[in-house]
Design a protein around this ligand. Structure first.
Ligand code: AKG
Length: 301
């Protein structure tokens, strides 16, 4: 059955019907958003940055997180630039080696804060005319960038990102003005870990999150996976989704990698606030914080 929220192409200007669907269901997807050249350049950029930073002691701090108290998804070797906020992390079960950098590029779990690292990323995140038109319609013309992440699922070993709301993590003061943009660099399908979303699930407020053995996720009694739909996208396809929309991606047991870029944006009516203020706002009906508590990491050995 075809999904009416998945369109063939990202239009020059989104129409009112599209925006109404976004408000109601919390997401829209477009099979064709980046050109093949843009997609290829964005994909090559991952290898370029790994070659630049990995095992380069002058540029990079290498943090071995090891198997400590923290959850599985944060365990892989972390490479942190000494000159910028850029950092990337290997999949927890992958042992990075200095003479296998292209292999390492295929076995990254996550890279972050990369829009200033290569012009192609700045162009996609901040200058793409059709994406700008979409974001302007959803968040208002004066929207602002919030974060950049690359999310990768290595073939065979890529681990799940369980059900969560992005605003459980983000320190903003209100929850009605954040959008995520997820762009496939490889074909994202059910068997290699495409996105799943719960249509309309952004309208039911905060969900209760906890740190499981895998990651920070919504408690099983606060999310019903039977209501979810998969969003399969070809390389260059894009999904935009509300910061409150519950979403997840499964393990990648296939022999095909699945990499994506993810950018978040916020409306000008939102403000970035100290973590403590977020804790007081992202609460359940009893007034208790239900988001992702980072003190777990700060206190871990
Ligand atoms: O695996 C993915 O691409 C999705 C990850 C995700 O939703 C997130 O990091 O917020």
């Amino acid at each position: 059955m075809s999904n009416p929220n998945i369109y063939a192409a990202l239009p020059e200007t989104p129409d009112a019907d599209m925006i109404a669907k976004y408000r109601k269901d919390g997401y829209l997807a477009f099979l064709n958003a980046l050109t093949p050249e843009e997609t290829q350049a964005a994909s090559n950029g991952i290898n370029e940055l790994v070659h630049k930073y990995a095992f380069n002691e002058e540029l990079t701090e290498h943090v071995s997180k090891g198997f400590n108290e923290t959850s599985k998804n944060s365990n892989g070797l972390l490479f942190r630039s000494r000159t910028s906020d850029f950092h990337f992390q290997a999949e927890s079960s992958y042992a990075a080696q200095p003479d296998k950098l292209d292999e390492l590029a295929d076995n990254i779990r996550k890279f972050q804060s990369f829009t200033d690292e290569l012009p192609i990323y700045d162009e996609i995140a901040n200058k793409h005319p059709r994406l700008r038109a979409l974001l302007g319609a959803v968040l208002g013309e004066d929207y602002l960038p919030y974060s950049s992440m690359g999310l990768c699922k290595p073939a065979g070993i890529g681990t799940a990102k369980p059900w969560h709301q992005d605003l459980a993590y983000f320190s903003v003061n209100r929850f009605d003005g954040v959008a995520g943009v997820w762009i496939a660099l490889d074909h994202a399908q059910v068997d290699n870990g495409c996105m799943h979303v719960i249509p309309g699930g952004h309208l039911n407020g905060t969900r209760k999150h906890y740190w499981s053995k895998v990651d920070c996720e919504i408690t099983t009694d606060d999310v019903d996976p039977s209501l979810s739909v998969p969003i399969e996208l070809p390389p260059g396809g894009l999904m935009i989704f509300d910061g409150m929309l519950p979403h997840e991606t499964a393990d990648n047991h296939s022999n095909r990698r699945r990499r994506a870029l993810q950018f978040h944006y916020r409306s000008a009516k939102t403000e970035i606030v100290p973590r403590e203020e977020h804790r007081q706002k992202f609460t359940g009906s009893d007034g208790m914080f239900v988001g992702c508590d980072y003190s777990k990491f700060e206190n871990a050995g």
